[in-house]
Design a protein around this ligand. Structure first.
Ligand SMILES: [Zn+2]
Ligand SMILES: [Zn+2]
Length: 157
């Protein structure tokens, strides 16, 4: 699997209408694809590709709207969208205040982001490519460290 280098930080991005812009000034902890049914609904696509990293390195401008989603596990996550165009931009897990989860498709340059892990592959859609060096989990991770370790194994630390 050829993987382009991760470009230098900061990683910038925003929504479709341009009202919300963000800046993520850190190296990612993971590039994860989620294939769960909720992510299919929330993206309107077959899966959500996201980068995970430190929330303290993430800032934004512009008006957002939040939707608090409760998972089957009982974990709650705030899904943050542009208040004007509704694009899903990032997640803030209530149980992990140190973590931000950014939707890769909203990056200004999403070209380098190839999954280092895939989760909830029990509901993977036909046609999705799974990289041979990526971690593959049938369900969710019991601990996000598994996702971070997969990233470190592939890109080094
Ligand atoms: Zn917008
Ligand atoms: Zn999901």
């Amino acid at each position: 699997m050829h993987r382009p280098a991760i470009p230098p930080q900061p990683h910038t991005g925003g929504c479709l209408c341009g009202a919300v812009r963000y800046r993520f000034d850190a190296r990612p902890w993971a590039v994860n694809a989620c294939h769960c049914m909720d992510c299919k609904k929330l993206t309107g696509a077959t899966n959500l590709l996201m980068i995970l990293g430190p929330r303290e390195a993430f800032t934004h401008d512009g008006a957002t709207a939040r939707y608090r989603k409760r998972a089957d596990s009982g974990n709650e996550v705030d899904i943050v969208r542009c208040a004007a165009c509704g694009v899903r931009l990032w997640h803030e897990p209530a149980t992990a205040p140190q973590l931000v989860i950014v939707a890769v498709g909203t990056l200004d340059d999403p070209s380098w982001a190839i999954p280092t892990s895939h989760i909830f592959t029990r509901s993977v859609s036909a046609g999705v490519v799974i990289q041979d060096d990526a971690l593959v989990l049938r369900d969710g991770p019991t601990d996000r460290r598994a996702l971070f370790e997969a990233f470190d194994r592939i890109y080094g630390r």
